[in-house]
Write a protein that binds this ligand. Structure first.
Ligand SMILES: Cc1ncc(COP(=O)(O)O)c(C=O)c1O
Length: 351
């Protein structure tokens, strides 16, 4: 019997998009949320597009726990334009050249100021030179590196200590795939097409400290202060790419949130039990019983009472199935899920 498999895109250039996102795009293509027009036709100054871009931005803030002293902007021009935006902003750049992309960034930056390479080329880019051998100790204002060199496939598993210089990071293939301590960086940029959407939009996270200065030659479209000051609407933004970006990030967010709770259930040695098979579990509504697979009424009541004391409510399962049900809809933030996860762990361990 012939087995037909779905085509899976393992390409390095552009990411596979989640099937659910493609279906949503298809459903909404002609008429976005019943407003009578499609996203590519929408005015980028309209309140409808404002909702789309605000949602995309909020998701970056949530997923990466970005603090108030940072700006999140969406720009055109890809990672390559940031190779120019960064040196136009931060003169005296140093580059950790560990692969083709950081080599390109260094080449682009040379046009605008003094560039030092922190280490001479290391073999055929098969390894990251030991940071203790990097030439960091002069007066460079900033250090640029790429977390994952997509051509040579060298990945940083640490954040370099750059001795007080501003750290700039090109992060496309990592972006939103793992937690990042944003506070260590002056600038992070990532083209969406690698991990979180389709080509056309680049997300830049820039600390407020880095907004001020830019070289006189810096075109306004590349100036972070201008883009941040205009909420990414200084020039026409890539509306459809931002819309896709938001949908993919939302999908990621719900996977992360539901995983936090399912992991506790599955690691609780039967204390919490989810009746649904792992491959069919909802990311939005998580049902579970407490005490055993059928649920212990007294324990479940205690769980709900304790949860209420901690301001977590409405988790009683539907009357037809009983047990507990936690719904993780979009407005339920990661920190709320974290609060529930911590409570579940404590309830189980301290019983
Ligand atoms: C690490 C890295 N930086 C920058 C770029 C350039 O991105 P763009 O083609 O969007 O300018 C790429 C593209 O693959 C990349 O992998």
């Amino acid at each position: 019997m012939a087995v037909v498999l779905d085509m899976v895109n393992f390409g390095r250039g552009t990411t596979k998009l989640p099937h659910s996102v493609l279906l949503e795009m298809q459903k909404e293509l002609l008429d976005h949320k019943g407003i009578g027009t499609s996203v590519p036709e929408m005015s980028y100054r309209s309140s409808d597009f404002a909702k789309i871009i605000n949602n995309a931005e909020t998701l970056v803030w949530e997923l990466l726990a970005v603090r108030d002293n940072y700006e999140v902007i969406f720009v055109q021009g890809g990672g390559s334009s940031q190779f120019c935006a960064v040196p136009l902003k931060l003169i005296g750049l140093k580059v950790a050249e560990c692969g083709a992309w950081s080599a390109k960034a260094a080449e682009a930056a040379k046009k605008f100021g003094t560039i030092n390479i922190v280490h001479s080329k290391f073999g055929n880019y098969t390894k990251i030179p030991d940071p203790s051998t990097w030439n960091l100790n002069s007066d460079a204002s900033s250090v640029y590196y790429c977390t994952n060199e997509m051509v040579h496939d060298v990945e940083f598993d640490f954040t370099p200590d750059v001795k007080g210089a501003v750290l700039v990071c090109d992060m496309p293939s990592h972006f939103l795939s793992k937690p990042v301590d944003v506070s260590k960086f002056g600038v992070i940029f990532a083209g969406a097409q690698k991990n979180v959407g389709s080509a056309g939009v680049t997300v830049v996270i820039v600390s407020d400290d880095q907004l001020g200065f830019a070289l006189r030659e810096c075109p306004s479209v590349l100036e972070y202060k201008v883009q941040a000051g205009n909420s990414s609407l200084y020039n026409t933004p890539p509306c459809f790419s931002i819309y896709i970006w938001g949908a993919v990030a939302m999908e990621k967010l719900s996977s992360i949130k539901s995983k936090m709770i399912y992991e506790i259930i599955d690691n609780s040695q039967g204390f919490y039990a989810c009746p649904v098979e792992p491959q069919n579990r909802s990311k939005m509504n998580i049902p579970f019983c407490i005490g055993n697979v059928k649920g212990d009424d007294a324990l479940e009541k205690r769980f709900l009472d304790k949860a209420l004391e901690l301001s977590m409510w409405s988790m009683k399962g539907h009357r037809s199935v009983g047990g507990i049900q936690a719904s993780l809809y979009n407005a339920v933030k990661i920190e709320h899920v974290w609060q529930l996860a911590t409570f579940m762990k404590n309830f189980w361990r301290l019983l």
